[in-house]
Design a protein around this ligand. Structure first.
Ligand SMILES: Nc1nc2c(ncn2[C@@H]2O[C@H](COP(=O)(O)O[C@H]3[C@@H](O)[C@H](n4cnc5c(=O)[nH]c(N)nc54)O[C@@H]3COP(=O)(O)O)[C@@H](O)[C@H]2O)c(=O)[nH]1
Length: 801
């Protein structure tokens, strides 16, 4: 604008100068000169030709201003002509100047207008850009005219909601946020802050809350520096807030997680960990920041695992498994680790997240479980399951090496008695001591296992000959010779050992076990405290044992059991005093089986208690029948197994007598001397109770059970029955005669009745008569008979009288 004005003024000055020059020329007679630079110009005078003047005139017309401005002396013509011509020239100059000015002004105006248009366009474009930028940024703009309290809003999705004054906006701000917004606004309006910036919630029409980021600045103030206008932007940050919330929540979740979390970069350097990481590893965040993940690898194994994980991550982006890390105190911690690769927004795998937890407790529990699954908790020896694995392994190994495997099956002979009588804690101690002794006998590589209550096995591998098994068995028998000291008491326990060999005896590990077991049973049947190598014949014994077992379990229900009775006679009058009830079993499958064979099995499988109960009831019923027939002086003797002493024998007896309506004195209970001596204390207790009932008690097979006289004195027994083994040879073996004499004498001194059993011939009877034995029983008088036959016998005897 200024320059345009200057040009117009300059033009007017030029025109004004020309006017002055014209007036001067008119009055003084102007000498006009032509610049020597001008073409065709020369000095004009009165001698000059008309053409020269014409040419000069043309040049004057053509360059009036230059002519007017120059001081050069040019040419002099006649003043009138010059003046005339000059006047014409000036007029032309004015016209030209005016036109030029007008053209110039027109051009200038045009250019100005263009400039304005361009400026307006620029502003419009700039505004467009600003709008676009605001639109793109999602920001709305506001312009607050403070004095009028009017707010203009643009690019705001819902300006009605926000209103056109600040009060409307303040009213919909969340009550919790409003004081903060008001304070921030006040601070800015009063110049305390450079910017106004606030995040707050406003209520939507549907009642939901929208988060806004409001930023502004005072843009105009009055002359007293009071804010009169303020402009700013408004952004909907609800989504961001939700994201922030989610992030905060995620952070809280990470912080509260019990699993350790590591975030690392693509160089596997740690960039973040959560508090559980510190809890588990003992390392703080600062200590591990930028550390390589491998710094926590515990050993070489962990290094190679790391490589594996790397490979897995590059293909599957995920790896999980067990890993061991090192705690800050040097401990190795087993962990369960899960590593995931995380893509950035461009699909690059930029980070990894490793999550792990301390699985020490789980590992310990697993180890315990593994131990429990494979080892006997009491003795710490391999259990049946591990034993089976080992024996399988041993046989396979033997196939490769052409060597022998020996399996020793060991059963303790008196364990049950000790366990039952002394209590389980003593039994447990015994088993532990046995385990220790067995361990001490074998070599490092051999396996000693406990496969059941009192059953142990030993696997001897890599043997060249079977004598090695014999040597070990000898050592075992010998080791058991030393009594076990349990709770201050000494216990003598022996063992029965069965031995089988692979591949000599068995084709498989299963057979090997079976045959060793068979051999062990054989050792038991051979009187215990010995070992037996397996022989094929033993199988028959075992198979019969199994059959008897199975049959016995059904014998009572199938009415296969019955009693026979063997009479007892007074030695002098040969009068029947009573009968001994003897059990018989006729099995449907196996035929007749002797009590010698099936009673031990019944004892072994726990059937004797039930069977003994049945015998007692049957015998009492039969005696009752005889009593009812008039043979009221008869008594009945019933054999007891030692196992029956463990039952509620006294009540069982009472009931049996009560049901049969018999006096207690009509019943005699026989128990073998060896059974009593297995547990004398228990026997004394029960015998005393039975005695109180009035029941007669007899010690059976006397002379075979090594009963001490001190015990004998304390047993409340009535009768001693001399074992038939002594009677059998009483007439031929002096020793047996002497023993019999001694037993009778001792019984007499203790005021006990003496019965000699197994009397088969007259000589035996005579000797016994001489020795003043009280009663006799044996084939000489009668074999055990069925009840009906005995009744006949009774009748016959009565008739004889
Ligand atoms: N716990 C129980 N044990 C019982 C019961 N019934 C029998 N038994 C015991 O079984 C063993 C074998 O008995 P058994 O085969 O019946 O033999 C008895 C007689 O038959 C036999 N005996 C009798 N006289 C003679 C003879 O002159 N010679 C000879 N060789 N044997 C003879 O002796 C057995 C009776 O023995 P004992 O009981 O010792 O008096 C045996 O130990 C029975 O005790 C039962 O119900 N429960």
């Amino acid at each position: 604008m200024l320059s345009t004005r200057a040009i117009i003024i300059a033009l007017f000055l030029l025109i004004f100068s020309c006017e002055i020059a014209a007036i001067s020329a008119e009055t003084k007679g102007l000498e006009l000169g032509v610049n020597s630079q001008l073409p065709h110009c020369s000095i004009l005078n009165k001698h000059s030709t008309n053409d020269a003047f014409k040419q000069a005139e043309i040049q004057l017309v053509s360059f009036p201003i230059l002519y007017a401005l120059t001081n050069n002396k040019a040419f002099i013509s006649s003043p009138t002509e010059a003046k005339l011509r000059f006047t014409h020239s000036l007029q032309a100059i004015y016209s030209i100047a005016l036109i030029s000015i007008l053209i110039f002004l027109f051009i200038k105006l045009k250019s100005k207008r263009r400039e304005h248009l361009n400026a307006a366009k620029t502003v419009r474009e700039s505004e467009e850009r600003l709008k676009l930028a605001l639109w793109a940024s999602g920001d709305g703009m506001w312009d607050w005219h403070i004095e009028k309290n009017q707010v203009f809003r643009s690019n705001i999705s819902n300006p009605i909601l926000l209103g056109n004054n600040v009060k409307t906006l303040l009213n919909i701000i969340h009550p919790k946020d409003r004081p903060k917004v008001e304070n921030l606004l006040e601070a800015h309006l009063t110049g305390k802050t450079v910017f106004f910036e606030a995040e707050y919630r406003i209520k939507n029409e549907d009642g939901s809350w929208m988060w806004l980021l409001d930023r502004g600045k005072v843009t105009e103030t009055d002359n007293q520096n009071r804010a009169v206008r303020m402009t700013g932007t408004l952004r909907d940050i609800t989504a961001k807030k939700q994201t922030d919330n989610t992030l905060r929540l995620s952070a809280q979740v990470l912080d509260s997680m019990r699993e350790a979390v590591i975030v690392g970069d693509n160089n596997h350097q740690i960039i973040s960990v959560n508090p559980a990481f510190t809890t588990i590893t003992g390392f703080s965040f600062e200590e591990v920041l930028n550390k390589h993940i491998l710094d926590f690898a515990s050993n070489k194994k962990a290094f190679s695992q790391y490589r594996k994980v790397q490979r897995e991550l590059s293909t599957n982006h995920y790896w999980s498994g067990e890993s061991t890390i090192v705690h800050s105190d040097g401990r190795q911690i087993p962990t369960w680790l899960e590593v995931t690769k995380i893509d950035d927004h461009h699909g690059n795998n930029d980070y990894f997240v490793a999550v792990f937890n301390d699985i020490s407790a789980r590992k310990k529990a697993e180890e315990d479980l593994r131990f429990l699954a494979n080892y006997d908790a009491l003795t710490g020896l391999p259990n049946r399951s591990l034993f089976q694995d080992r024996i399988q392994h041993a046989t396979k190994q033997a196939n490769r090496t052409n060597r022998l495997v020996a399996l020793l099956f060991i059963d303790l002979d008196r364990f049950k008695y000790i366990n039952d009588s002394m209590g389980h804690h003593v039994g447990d101690q015994l088993l532990k001591s046995v385990a220790q002794r067995l361990r001490n006998i074998v070599r490092q590589g051999d396996t000693v296992a406990r496969i059941g209550g009192d059953e142990f096995t030993i696997i001897l591998e890599n043997l060249s000959k079977q004598s090695a098994a014999k040597q070990v068995s000898d050592k075992i028998i010998q080791a058991f010779n030393t009594p076990f000291t349990l709770e201050g008491n000494q216990f003598s326990v022996s063992s029965s050992i069965g031995i089988s060999l692979y591949p000599n005896d068995a084709n498989s590990s299963e057979e090997l076990i079976k045959f060793a077991d068979t051999a062990m049973y054989h050792a038991k049947s051979q009187g215990r405290n010995n070992y037996q190598f397996y022989l094929p014949e033993m199988n028959e014994v075992v198979s019969r044992h199994v059959q008897i077992e199975a049959g016995l379990k059904q014998a009572i229900e199938r009415n296969e059991l019955y009693l026979v009775y063997q009479p007892k006679y007074t030695i002098r009058e040969h009068k029947i005093t009573g009968f001994e009830a003897l059990l018989r079993w006729h099995s449907t499958e196996l035929g007749s089986i002797t009590p010698m064979e099936f009673i031990p099995v019944a004892e072994e499988i726990g059937m004797i208690e039930k069977i003994g109960h049945w015998v007692l009831n049957q015998a009492c019923q039969q005696l009752s029948a005889w009593h009812q027939m008039g043979y009221t002086e008869l008594n009945i003797a019933v054999n007891l197994s030692a196992k029956q002493l463990k039952t509620d024998l006294v009540s069982i007896v009472e009931v049996a007598l009560g049901v049969a309506n018999l006096p207690a004195s009509a019943l005699e209970l026989e128990i073998t001397e060896s059974s009593i001596m297995n547990n004398p204390a228990d026997a004394i207790t029960i015998f005393t109770q039975l005695k109180t009932l009035g029941i007669a008690l007899a010690i059976d097979d006397f002379g075979t059970g090594y009963s001490s006289l001190s015990y004998l004195k304390r047993f409340p027994v009535d009768t001693l029955k001399i074992d038939k083994e002594f009677i059998h040879d009483i007439d031929s073996q002096q020793a047996d005669a002497t023993i019999t004499t001694a037993i009778i004498a001792m019984a007499k001194s203790l005021q006990l009745e003496v019965v000699a059993e197994g009397v088969e011939n007259q000589q035996q009877l005579e000797l016994l008569t001489l020795q003043e034995c009280d009663q006799v029983q044996g084939f000489l008088f009668s074999k055990p008979r069925k009840a009906t036959e005995c009744t006949e016998l009774l009748r016959a005897a009565a008739g004889a009288i």
